[in-house]
Write a protein that binds this ligand. Sequence first.
Ligand code: PLP
Length: 375
Amino acid sequence: MIYFNIPPFTGKETEYITQAIQNHKISGDGTFTHKCNEWIEQKTGTAKALLTTSCTHATEMAALLAGIRPGDEVIMPSYTFVSTADAFVLRGATVVFVDIRPDTMNIDETLIEDAITDKTRAIVPVHYAGVSCEMDTIMDIARRHNLLVIEDAAQGVLSDYKGQALGSIGDYGCFSFHETKNYSMGEGGCLLIKDKDHIEMAEIIREKGTNRSKFFRGEIDKYTWVEAGSSYLPSDMNAAYLWAQLEMADVIFDDRMRSWKTYYELLSPLQDSGRLILPTIPEGCGHNAHMFYIKAKDLEERTALIRHLRANDIASVFHYIPLHNAPAGKKLGRFHGEDRFTTVESERLTRLPLYYGLEPDTVEMICEKICEFYR
Ligand SMILES: *Cc1c(COP(=O)(O)O)cnc(C)c1O
């Protein structure tokens, strides 16, 4: 059986977890958490990175920091994971969905401005497959309308837009280190903060509304409850697992990129003959080989393709059911404008196996089976 995903493991994880235990630091904000935070700050050039228990929680923190309140509106694509919307609807906001571009499956930046009302507070671009949204346009719209930009960069760790790391361009950026992402800690994520004036409040929200982070740095002599907050700190054992991956981030990156390029090369003839569509990487977008997807003609052909691969012991998966078609999406959001691409394009897409350590022979075999299907 060829799995769709195998969580990344580089070899040092067990040793580092043992170290965390020997340091008597299995709760949050220990040595490994600090190492990961600093590494992310240095790699992305953001003012502050704070590891969290998930990308969902990083997005919740961003919604709290943004002061999102009942009645506010937040613009995002409907073609995304539920967490993108959950973080804002939990604060009572209405999500306003905008159509995607069929080439990248990202929010269509040319449709955002028309969806803005006097209730709009933020734009949430989702960098699908680790390929950047058109950030120059999005940042310009946000500036002109005085809106916040919160990047869902769950899939975009170590991707960039014109040389700027994804997650570091908007006011806040959210990474995921879930086991299905490029770099993992089982469950985990990170909040990136662009403006250093927002760091203190982020630390407070993350630490149950207390100024405990300041206390641990010796900046105050006792800590207390200062704001409404929650607990978004991951265990240092999880951070130890992540640290083993970040240390070898280049190796993981190159390995995934090799698989991605092999898929692209071997499936290009099918794209050239008009049988299927491969991912588009726009000029100026440096991607991280998070995902390799193909788009079949329609839902029926995709179903047959997935069945053909399954019959050959190859797991391939599709996602997402557009949020505006889901029960919660109907209740808590609305689609602005026409759904030209979101639903139809989502029904064509299939993701192929891609993980650290996927063998080149296996990629070749998968491509062969896809070619066989189209013969
Ligand atoms: C994985 C993912 C999330 C959620 O990440 P968690 O760390 O599991 O909370 C959010 N948005 C997108 C686009 C994702 O791919």
